[in-house]
Design a protein. Sequence first.
Lengths: 511, 345, 331
Amino acid sequence: MELTDNVLEIRDLVKDFPSVRAVNRVSFDIKRNTVHCLVGENGAGKSTLIKILTGATTRSGGSILLNGEAYTPHSTRDAKQHGISTLFQELNVVDQLTVEENLTLGMEDTTLGFLRKTDKINTMVNVMKSLEPSITPRQLVSTLSVAKKQIVEIAKAVATESDIIIMDEPTAAISESEIKRLFAIIKSLREKNVTVIYISHRLDEIFELGDYVTVMRDGKHIDTKPVSEIKDRSELVKMMIGKTVFEQYTPKEGECKDAILQVCNLSNHKLRDISFEVHEGEIIGFYGLVGAGKTELARAIYGVDPYEGEILFRGKKLPPFPDKVIAAGIALVPEERRSQGLFTILTIRGNVPVMNMRKISRNGFINAGQERKVTLDYIDKLRISTSSMEKEASKLSGGNQQKVVLAKCLFADADLLMLDEPTRGIDVGAKSEIYGIIRQLSKEGKSIMIFSSELPEVVNICDTIYLLYDGRMKATLRNGCDIDSEKILHIVTGGNVTSAADYRGSGDGGE
Amino acid sequence: MNSAKEYTLRTQLERSNAVRSNIKKLYIYVVLVLIVAVFSVVKLGQVEFFGRGHFLSPDSIINLLRSAVPILTLSGAFTLLMISGYIDLSVGSAMSLSAVVFALMILNGFPFIFALPITLVLGVAFGFINGLLVMKLRITPVIATLVTLNLFKGIALLIVPHGLSAIKGSAARPMPAWINDYARTEVVLGLPWAFFVAVLIIAVLIIIQKRTILGKYAAAIGGNRTAAELSGINAVKLVWLLYIIVGFFAALAGMARASYMSLGDPLSGDGMELDCIIAVLLGGTAFSGGEGSVAKTIVGALIIVCLTTGLMTVIPAFWQTMAKGSVLIAAVVLNHLLVREKASA
Amino acid sequence: MIGGRMSNESFITLFMIGVLVVLFGVSCVIVPRFYLPRNMINLLTNNWYIIMLGIGVTFLLITGNFDMSVGGVIAMTGVLSVWFCQDATASQNALAVGLGLPYGVAIALALLCAMGIGAINAFFIARLKVPSIIITLGTMMIARGVAQIVAQGAQRNTSLPDVFGVLGGLTIPGMSVKLSVLVMAVLIVAAFVFEKKTVAGRRTYLIGANSVAARLSGVNVRRHLTSLFIISSLLAGITGILLSSEFKAGGASRAMGYEFDALVISLLGGVSIAGGFGSVLGMFVGAVILSVVTSAATGLLLSPDWQFTIKGVVTFIAILAQRFALDKRKG
């Protein structure tokens, strides 16, 4: 069979979800044996596109040609058998087995069940060694660092003759020197007849690694170009953000009040020396892309993860336990609503009052009437669409589920509300409702911290915006001046903060 | 955290890991030696070393090894199952039921070459049922095997005629003497066939665990079932097979028990599952699966047998349950300190 | 229709009540003399002790944990309560000599020991995160071991103060209902109220439904689980005291297998080990179902050895039937 020039040809690919078209007639080619980067902001459609390629979801329309033949995978295993391997965030190696055993897992040569030492093992080990000689085949995978585990997965994909290896934010969890090593390996893959699809927010990596880059925005394909033809970062950034219209931000009236939360030199496995203050009635935004450390920051403050540094709430040290943090007056809407925020087998009524049972109970006894009233109140206030408050939470749509989680946290009457990706997966109408609620809360004197990877959201309501990248706080913006989204994107993708002008947003900014 | 601090932390961690893994490899042998030593000296005032009545006298050792036959037969396969992350609490009752059926057949004149395969097929059936409940019907292993525990026990009790405590010989119809040939009659060094069969089984299972695809896949499924299935492993079929193997050896162990005692006691296997669990925990198998060692489990089994037989001579019978419970808790603590359980989702 | 639809839990409870009615009906037909008022009352009351255990076991199952130590705790508190208040005067028979404490002190102390077992369970399970099935089997053996040691493998039933037999023998004037049954009834109602109407009860479900979300919502999971394990052991202790009072003896082999029975009635009642689902009311229905089935078996002159098989089969069918019913409901 003649090998086509393009390993993958995508034509008019469409993916519809109930409330949104995530992939909108995307067409482009991926040339064989190249490193092809895929960039775009959150919600651009990259993840959905990848899910279609790996068989995790089915397309709604369009076609894909893999090596010139029609390609419709039914599952990740199916995709793998067709030659498309993926490096997921959750590493798919067995820690308790050795490197060699992982490489050969599922493909062993056996005689009557006995594992045989054949050339196949040597071949695979050699592939492994050519990628990373410091890994010995007999060592347990559990002794390897995350970076080396990734390399083992890459080696397995290469040795199983994958045509394409998809890597989704592989550098999120590894160190600088490990990144360099990884890049050398990725570049060498081209000689091994492998095409790499590389997804990353870190634009410097694109320039260092990529042969081609495809930019997506709002589900649409913007452009596919050789990296050599792109002048500089800002051109790439311009393609990524296009014309983003920011809603009018209304500056805060009145003086900034006392600091309610003070964080000093917060560090942990992900975060590096973070310091900031939140004042009463203020809305603070933390903006950064995947792996920036937003969730880690929220979790550290909430007492879920250990940390070094000092956190003062109303001048007193905040105890590092979630129940004590909530009692002190802080509530968190977690990032993963289904697995962390919601009790999916309970009803809406079972979910909403959970963080402040004291308010609907007396002497430990729940007042059913009050419980119902409160639930109905929030169903109304947040416009949760359901026929009954007795509906099981698992049966609600994503947007409604998020509203339930929000209701739960609002009911906690916290003075400081932390929202981690509050409007992820929510339609436009509901989004503005939520923003309205947030603004109202701020007027009432509550403080809000929003952790988000959607810039328009953060610009819309936050008084102060902190930019995060790689666990560090890179810049602070005071909202109200013109927001230069290009400069912001530049910073959160790893660019350097060069001048004071970057801090404030320049006069010529925005659109 | 600056890099110098990171470096010292990392070397400290590596050093403690190295110490940890050395302890891991050797502690169980140390424990066994200690226990044997303790029982050897405990009655020195009254008996001579290696003399009659001493823990290490030939009679005593033979007795010990003979009574160890069932657990030695069974715990290897049990380990493989636990490595894959699954458990079988019904092995004791499966053992009893097999003993009952075997004794019944012998009593009724079946020759050995019939009774043996029928019993073993029965064991396969037990394992098949367990596998069906756990893997196909996806009932939690603990509950599923508690159900079969009661089922097998119930059937065993029903087979034994009313008024009798076991299937045994009577004046009118004696149990053929050759029933003892498997597990009691001395063959070599005073030990019966069953012992050598058990040794063979252990050797085979050690090889299976370390050198065959069954052992590797069991560890893969226990370690990371998603990764295993992504690599094409059929977890349902494989664990089902492990349950069948456990059932098979439970039947063989039951047969050995019946052969040794010349009767089929429907309660003879009670508590075997606990013994197996203790042996497995002592042997350093992670409760959630992924790692473990048949060889070390066998050492753990020997520890249990030594403890049981040794304690019998030292403490009154009614201290046994307390002793066993304490051993289980101690094994759990030991296992907790030495085995790093994989993080739960 | 806000506020309408019946919850899955109520559905399953009703479903099992339906099963109970069917089983009862069948039994009345095939078992002679089943339909007697005395028999029916017995069905509800004669396994009061299993139901007492079932309360603790059900709540722990809802959180996703087992408690298999309860049978051993019954034996332990039974024997200890006797030993503590047996006459302290020396005697030939070691089993006749106790610590001579006043009755009230004796039972208080015995209950304290029971709670100690619960605390050990909680330590390993809530703190060290050891699987509950293993630890509670171990503490079951330790508790039973204490009973066996103190009773030297047999029983302690001599030189007891007269007041010892009072609690177990007390009946409600007018009816022949024992105090124990009354205690069970009161506790069941209290447990039901706890489960449906109290904050603490609600937290139990939260932990079972999603322990991560529970923690992030402010539930102190470790403390709550510790309380539940101690309560479960306390209930077992109370049961032990009542039983030993009734028999005026503390035996080492009392309550063998009761922990499994408690598990069975919870499963029959629709409690799911997956967590977050189930009700003590369901457990009660499950207890009655078990009663009906075992009683019918006795009535059909089946030997008591049938109980193991019956329990196994009935549990199995119940699990599958409940799953089937719920799947059908979800459509």
